[in-house]
Design a protein around this ligand. Sequence first.
Ligand code: AKG
Ligand code: FE2
Length: 200
Amino acid sequence: MDLFNTELTANRLPFDGEVYYYGPIMSIVQAQDYYEKLLENVEWENDKAIIFGKLIITKRKVAWYGNKPFNYTYSKTTKSALPWNKELLELKKLVEQKTGGTFNSCLLNLYHSGEEGMAWHSDGEKDLKKNGAIASLSFGAERKFAFKHKQTKQNVSIQLVKGSLLVMKGETQIHWLHRLPPTKKVKTPRINLTFRTIEL
Ligand SMILES: O=C(O)CCC(=O)C(=O)O
Ligand SMILES: [Fe+2]
């Protein structure tokens, strides 16, 4: 466990959950290098979701990797996890060092520009470990990430810089929604990796 880092990182949520923003956990040069390698070496696909009974193909691209070919059901569509590649294994180890936790899978998102985002949701899928930590690494364009409390509607937002780590844990997914708001200001791509624990 990286006590030094953890102790200097305050919980960003006022109640009902825990969100820790570590800031960059690697150099800008390393973050740029990972960004390029992930763009190239990840098997990106357009995401399919069934919303109000209609099949929607999103502009945002996604990928799903894991220790085993876990099936992951997300917006009523199912994907089977691919085996880790070199960069993803390195990043998984780095995130495990920083957080003191372990993860067995990763959902990746590629947003081509600020016009692509992700709507309000929480990551409470049934195969995800209950109240397990979700560790989110960001590369490429800096974007705002927002939380909204399900009852009080209170908002918290965090600017996610390249090479940065954000961890959501405890009851965060029960009480808070999160989203990546679209923005006209950002013209370049962002890659996000969310490391998770699947329990079958
Ligand atoms: O792109 C992000 O920062 C968050 C993505 C997210 O919330 C998710 O994949 O569940
Ligand atoms: Fe999420």
